[in-house]
Design a protein around this ligand. Structure first.
Ligand code: FE2
Length: 284
């Protein structure tokens, strides 16, 4: 049997404001982002991936990387920092235990301590739930999740993005990689408030570099974006997406990206869904 060509088929940043969590309660200014997640999901599923690997900004681990190896992810998502916005949304998604184990093995082999678990009492944070329930409402694609690790730096997160691609190649699994985070994230009180003009400019530059596949520039500029843009979770989550883009560029050369939905605000943060693919991908 010919081994399928695996690896990342797209590297994505998808935003997850809890105001998007329950659609009927979502404010007007954020509804475009919900529609964008649905369109992003249709495009991602059309790539016929074996799994979506999502790196969440709101599942926080202090020391180690973790990968859940559940056959089925089932539970009720409550946004612990905004339980009025997401008071209890049930979810049920397929997992991918073999890929979860392979990702843990791949990280450990590179000296990045990663553990697996399968307790049924664990439940998803809203950084996992919000994008995924719009992107794949029927759970047609198995899910593997990664936390934001406080003891990791952005460079380690870039490496994790690249390693997930390597694990996909080794296992023959086609992977859509999603970093679930905002762009600039200097949050303030006031749901409808925009980032400063300067940070909006930084966000638009990020979108431009990503959608034009300008990988070398994006990697070189990333520390400035993280610092001046006050990227979410110290830039850890956006860094794994950039690592995924670097891996795609190394194997496929020319890349191209697309923004799904608008650029929109939420409490001073800047939000956009952006996917980057090999230029030869049928996703474009
Ligand atoms: Fe967030």
């Amino acid at each position: 049997m010919v081994k399928k060509v695996g690896g990342l088929v797209a590297s994505i940043v998808a935003s997850h404001s809890p105001r998007m969590g329950v659609e009927e309660n979502a404010p007007e200014f954020i509804k475009g982002l919900i529609d964008g997640l649905r369109e992003l999901g249709r495009t991602a599923r059309a790539l016929e991936p074996d799994a979506i690997v999502l790196h969440s900004a709101h599942w926080v681990s202090t020391f180690w990387w973790y990968v859940p190896r559940h056959e089925i992810h089932e539970g009720i998502c409550v946004a612990d920092e905004a339980p009025d916005l997401i008071p209890g949304s049930p979810y049920r998604f397929k997992g991918e235990p073999a890929l979860a184990e392979a990702i843990a093995d791949g990280l450990n082999a590179e000296g990045i301590d990663c553990r697996t678990f399968d307790t049924p009492h664990w439940s998803w944070d809203y950084g996992c739930y919000v994008p995924l329930h719009y992107m794949d409402p029927a759970s047609s694609v198995p899910i593997v999740l990664l936390p934001t690790v406080l003891c990791s730096d952005p460079e380690e997160n870039r490496k994790v993005g690249r390693l997930v691609h390597d694990v996909g190649k080794d296992t023959g699994k086609r992977i859509v990689f999603v970093s679930s985070c905002a762009l600039s994230h200097d949050v303030v009180r006031g749901p409808e408030r925009w980032p400063t003009k300067e940070r909006q400019s930084l966000d638009h530059k990020f979108i431009e570099l990503a959608t034009e596949g300008r990988v070398v520039e994006l990697t070189a500029w990333l520390p400035e974006f993280i610092g001046t843009g006050v990227a979410e979770m110290g830039g850890r989550t956006i860094s794994s997406m950039v690592g995924g883009i670097e891996a795609l560029a190394q194997d496929y050369g020319e890349l191209v990206g697309k923004q799904f939905g608008p650029y929109a605000q939420s409490s001073g943060s800047g939000n956009a869904h952006v996917a980057v693919f090999p230029k030869t991908s049928k996703g474009m």
